[in-house]
Design a protein around this ligand. Structure first.
Ligand code: BEZ
Length: 212
């Protein structure tokens, strides 16, 4: 059975470009992103890992640890990492798992045999501090991910976790958010001092609570 939202993200030990890691220990008490790549020394993957490295401070601000995985061996990862740093103007300092025996790929269902028998597709999992899977996005090998969207989802998930609000379609940071159905309008008025706009009893907006 493949993983579903709300499931506990399986723990594992792995050999990475930053040494041996235990996934849960690496995540600590914060948020995590585990994302797979089809193969080393491929162009789209090169840009994705570079982009992730360049967003280091955005992930840190959000208390998110990132971890990449592909089924290539460690020595290949290390050589390729030099190319990524050179071509993308970055320093990749997050771990890239060498998942030669496909332990992680199989645990997380990252191999889709009808796409490729041997390589992982572009799976991305966001894992919460409770170690539960909060988001899964799967892209084909030929499409690089949109990392602005990944950050946007993290912001949305963290707003939900901390303030009981949801985010509407195409929401961007700074725009109004939605009061979740579990909070009554009366409770919302008390909880959100910036105000609550009731469009329908089930559709209530409030300014984003964690900004001035
Ligand atoms: C790439 O990362 O560029 C790539 C990998 C596999 C298939 C197509 C593109």
């Amino acid at each position: 059975m493949s993983l579903r939202l709300g499931d506990i993200a399986p723990n594992f030990k792995a050999s990475t470009t930053e040494g041996e890691i235990d996934f849960y220990e690496y995540l600590g008490t914060g948020w995590g992103i585990l994302f797979s790549h089809p193969a080393d020394y491929t162009p789209v993957c090169t840009t994705e890992l570079g982009r992730t490295a360049l967003l280091k401070y955005e992930f840190e601000k959000r208390n998110v640890k990132v971890l990449a995985v592909s089924v290539d061996p460690l020595d290949k990862h290390l050589g390729w990492r030099n190319d990524i740093n050179e071509t993308q103007g970055c320093t990749v300092d997050f771990p890239i798992i060498a998942d030669e025996d496909k332990t992680v790929a199989n645990l997380y269902g990252m191999i889709h045999p009808n796409a490729s028998e041997t390589f992982t597709v572009r799976s991305l999992f966001i894992i919460g501090p409770d170690k539960k899977v909060k988001l899964m996005i799967i892209y084909p090998a030929s499409t690089g991910r949109n990392f602005n969207e990944v950050l946007r989802v993290i912001d949305s998930l963290q707003l939900t976790a901390n303030y009981s609000v949801a985010t509407p379609a195409d929401w961007k940071g700074g725009e109004d958010v939605i009061v979740v159905p579990a909070v009554s309008t009366e409770a919302a008025i008390e909880k959100f001092p910036k105000g609550v706009k009731v469009v329908k009893p089930y559709l209530r907006y409030t300014p984003q609570p964690n900004i001035d």
